[in-house]
Write a protein that binds this ligand. Structure first.
Ligand code: ZN
Length: 426
């Protein structure tokens, strides 16, 4: 199947717009008029276009009946590449708006379009079944609720079918619990007055969103080592944002080990490296054909420059790169020197309570010559002889509180495994 038929989708989007204007007018003028409009209006619609929605335009939603909608998570404003290509999306997020007085049954057909991926962007999965084994659920937040509930879908080929009794109000549905640009800005704002935090603006994204660096340490004048934490290079990986928040909140907590860490290290935290991709509902890149900022370019372009400058200024002795892969059952512990990694997993064993076991990949020797671009961990090892690790913490089976606690535990465990330093770090 190709992209949704544009005329139909346009008609639908205009319908929603007109309806919205009618409601607004009715609200401002006359209550009985509003009641009359509601009686003829369709009770349920799909809302997209908000911060972090995917698809990000009504053209990515097709109404197939009064209460039946087909959602296309790989709809993009222009043809995308890699994970932004048709059939390769790693993002989903929309709202079901029930303007009526009673709950309404809604049929949602989430069409991941696996077979429509262009040949050069073919999904790198053994089969459509494997591809959909990561996409056979959504998370849902009911009106006025704070919690995300996992709902299993019925999968046929690459379509996930969810039937929902939508209460009056807005029910939000995502693949994973979202963490959008607004949440990131709110988190940064919450730290501005903290005596142990310096909030620095390091630049702007191509669409003029803020790029921040949080510097966290105590007032001791002793020389300190530098500790870099980078989050959310990949927009769909909202777990990395929650894990980062858990780390920062713990560093600023009353815990004795947190106080000890702030005496020994200055922490440099990049809380959201790709705000455009996060806001615009992308999976991996800064734009449909944009950059993958997980790589550090030795000759950076304008997109990568502020991030590279911040990392070069931090000159990290230790660096954490936060990600979340799709895999339901394994956490990733990637690139940590084996002698430290062995200590680390004693402090943070498999999180069996969330159904997770570690997948461990030890670092490979650095290539003798620096390539044009490198992952954070090899870049920091080559240029600063840093101890580095990439974590992958997938969602399935974890709440947002669990994910914050997981981040906190990972940071605590890495600090514990470095202190006292093993005889041989490598
Ligand atoms: Zn990633």
């Amino acid at each position: 199947m190709s992209q949704p038929a544009t005329p139909f989708a346009r008609t639908f989007s205009h319908g929603v717009l007109v309806l919205g204007l009618l409601f607004q007018f009715a609200h401002q003028t006359d209550v009985s008029r509003a009641a009359a409009d509601e009686s003829t209006a369709p009770a349920v619609r799909i809302l997209v276009g908000f911060d972090g929605s995917c698809p990000h335009d009504p053209a990515g939603v097709k109404q197939e009946g009064p209460d039946r909608f087909r959602i296309f998570p790989s709809w993009r404003s222009s043809p995308g590449i890699d994970e932004e290509a048709v059939g390769r999306s790693t993002r989903l997020g929309f709202k079901v708006v029930n303007a009526g007085q009673a709950a309404a049954s809604v049929d949602l057909w989430i069409d991941w379009q696996y077979h429509d991926a262009p040949p050069k962007d073919r999904p790198s999965f053994a089969s459509v079944d494997e591809f959909m084994s990561y996409r056979d659920f959504v998370v849902m937040r009911l009106p006025k609720s704070e919690r995300w509930r996992t709902v299993m879908a019925d999968v046929t080929d690459s379509v996930a079918h969810v039937r929902l009794e939508a209460p009056p109000g807005e029910t939000e549905i995502h693949w994973h619990p979202p963490y959008n640009y607004t949440q990131s800005e709110r988190f940064v704002d919450s730290l501005r007055e903290h005596p142990l935090v310096k909030v620095e603006k390091i630049g702007e994204s191509p669409e003029k969103r803020n790029l921040w660096l949080l510097r966290i340490t105590d007032a001791s004048p002793r020389p300190k080592k530098n500790f870099l934490i980078r989050s959310r290079v990949h927009p769909y990986e909202s777990a990395s944002s929650y894990a980062m928040e858990g780390m920062v909140r713990w560093l600023l907590s009353d815990d004795a080990y947190a106080a000890a860490a702030l005496r020994e290290y200055e922490f440099y935290v990049i809380p959201m490296a790709n705000p455009d991709g996060v806001h615009n509902g992308l999976g991996a890149l800064t734009a449909p054909r944009g950059a993958d900022v997980c790589f550090i370019l030795y000759k950076p372009d304008a997109v990568n420059l502020p991030l590279k400058q911040a990392i070069d200024r931090a000159r990290p002795d230790v660096a954490i790169d936060l990600h979340n892969w799709q895999n339901k059952h394994t956490d990733g512990l990637l690139g940590l020197y084996p002698v430290i990694r062995e200590r680390f997993v004693r402090y943070m064993p498999d999180q069996l309570e969330f159904g997770k076991q570690w997948t461990i990949r030890d670092p490979k020797p650095l290539s003798p010559e620096a390539p044009e671009k490198e992952l954070l961990r090899t870049y920091c090892e080559r240029n600063f002889e840093a101890v580095t690790v990439t974590f992958e913490f997938p969602w399935f089976g974890r709440t947002t509180d669990d994910m914050q606690a997981t981040g906190q535990k990972a940071l605590w465990s890495l600090l514990r495994s470095l202190d006292p330093p093993p005889d041989k770090l490598r």
